[in-house]
Design a protein around this ligand. Structure first.
Ligand SMILES: *[C@@H]1O[C@H](CO)[C@@H](O)[C@H](O)[C@H]1NC(C)=O
Ligand SMILES: *[C@@H]1O[C@H](CO)[C@@H](O)[C@H](O)[C@H]1NC(C)=O
Ligand SMILES: *[C@@H]1O[C@H](CO)[C@@H](O)[C@H](O)[C@H]1NC(C)=O
Ligand SMILES: *[C@@H]1O[C@H](CO)[C@@H](O)[C@H](O)[C@H]1NC(C)=O
Ligand SMILES: *[C@@H]1O[C@H](CO)[C@@H](O)[C@H](O)[C@H]1NC(C)=O
Ligand SMILES: *[C@@H]1O[C@H](CO)[C@@H](O)[C@H](O)[C@H]1NC(C)=O
Length: 336
């Protein structure tokens, strides 16, 4: 069964939960020159220049405003920061823990000491004390709406064709027209061959109930040779099916037989991009499908950049990466 896939899926789950702001990673999702608020501070911004995060800070007592790109009087900004003391601007005092209503921080010279409210009490940032039943809501300083200027697009890191934006306090999701990928650098949708995207999540083109006739099996993602969905039982008490995307390990393609497995790519006839997963740092040659094993595809960075046929009616041997007079009859390319 699908060993590699299960491993990959659990790895994916494990990394999703520990979100924390990484300026370089964030900048890789934005167009050149975008300026954002640094969520780790109140008085700092970051400009993304050629994928690098270049930071800047406001003068004393001024906070950065993500929408006007200006430093303004700190008393005019309600700053939300992952640094609990940043909003106090160097003053001694208490501030809320944005992630947890029942804890708060005492800030002195920039150092934060946590404090804990009693059971049933939550911290009221107005009066700066724990109040029984105070209707506190946690907020996420890493939300796009605390970092991006309204209306600026950011590539969805989990989805090749997706992008997001903040608009009036809400994070909105958008996707490119079918068949196009979102290019972070251009800030626009483009042909997938022009966009460098290795995604672990691919939006399905059919609902789970159409793709999966039962839970616990793997099905093709119907968009790539090595991508699949695991049909997982919903955990919310319903009888629904949840799709979890995965990709076969290098050199393997997905085969739907027997509940789904990843098999050597030469065994699989697949008319999606056969260069997927090949040639990340050099040019590689791959079998053409259904051509009697005479043709090859030239791959670079996982996409086709050309094709050819072996001279003198020779056979192309993908494993050896050369044309040969010995007969090659891999299932991937024999005439069907
Ligand atoms: C990115 O922006 C910087 C500053 O505006 C500019 O100097 C640089 O040439 C830009 N890079 C590209 C690839 O356009
Ligand atoms: C900021 O605003 C406060 C209150 O409105 C005012 O007292 C203070 O002088 C202002 N600071 C600056 C630097 O303008
Ligand atoms: C908030 O912090 C308290 C004390 O550390 C902890 O017991 C509680 O589980 C936390 N709540 C959440 C939602 O993380
Ligand atoms: C689900 O579909 C596969 C192939 O499409 C088929 O082989 C299998 O028998 C079906 N299972 C059920 C429970 O219908
Ligand atoms: C290259 O691919 C194109 C389109 O798939 C095909 O028409 C052409 O015959 C191929 N050329 C060679 C040399 O195989
Ligand atoms: C090409 O076919 C050979 C023989 O089946 C196989 O071993 C090789 O992995 C194939 N290469 C690709 C890229 O499909």
């Amino acid at each position: 069964m699908l060993y590699q896939g299960i491993l990959l899926i659990s790895l994916f789950f494990a990394t999703v939960n520990c979100a924390s702001f990484n300026p370089e990673e964030f900048c890789s999702l934005l167009t050149n020159g975008t300026r954002i608020k640094d969520p780790r501070a109140c008085n700092a911004w970051i400009t993304c220049i050629d994928g690098e995060a270049v930071s800047g800070t406001c003068e004393d007592n001024l906070f950065y405003d993500r929408n006007t790109f200006k430093c303004v009087n700190s008393s005019t900004i309600d700053c939300l920061s992952s640094n609990p003391c940043a909003a106090l601007n160097g003053e001694i005092g208490f501030n809320a823990n944005p992630y947890n209503c029942s804890t708060y921080y005492y800030c002195n010279k920039g150092s934060a000491t946590p404090g804990y409210c009693d059971t049933d009490y939550t911290f009221d940032p107005g009066t700066k004390v724990c109040v029984r039943g105070y209707p506190c809501k946690t907020s996420n300083p890493e939300s796009y709406c605390n970092i991006l200027p309204d209306g600026v697009f950011i590539k969805d890191p989990n989805n090749c064709d997706g992008y997001k934006l903040c608009w009036k306090g809400n994070v909105l999701s958008r996707s490119c027209p079918a068949g196009y990928y979102y290019d972070a650098v251009k800030g626009d949708c483009d042909y997938p061959s022009n966009v460098n995207c290795q995604s672990t999540t691919v939006a399905p083109d059919l609902p789970a109930s159409e793709l999966c006739n039962q839970t616990g099996i793997f099905v093709s993602d119907r968009q790539s040779c090595n991508g699949f969905y695991y049909c997982r039982a919903a955990t919310d008490g319903t009888t629904g099916i949840v799709l979890q995307h995965g990709v076969c390990s290098s050199g393997r393609f997905f085969n739907a037989a027997n509940g789904g497995e990843c098999v050597p790519r030469t065994d699989i006839v697949c008319n999606y991009n056969r260069c997927v997963g090949l040639a990340s740092d050099k040019i590689e040659l791959a079998n053409e499908s259904n051509d009697g094993c005479h043709g090859y595809t030239v791959c670079q960075d996982g996409v086709k950049i050309g094709n050819g046929t072996c001279p003198d009616n020779g056979y192309f041997d993908e494993l050896k990466q050369l044309c040969t007079s010995s007969v090659v009859n891999f299932p991937a390319c024999v005439l069907s």
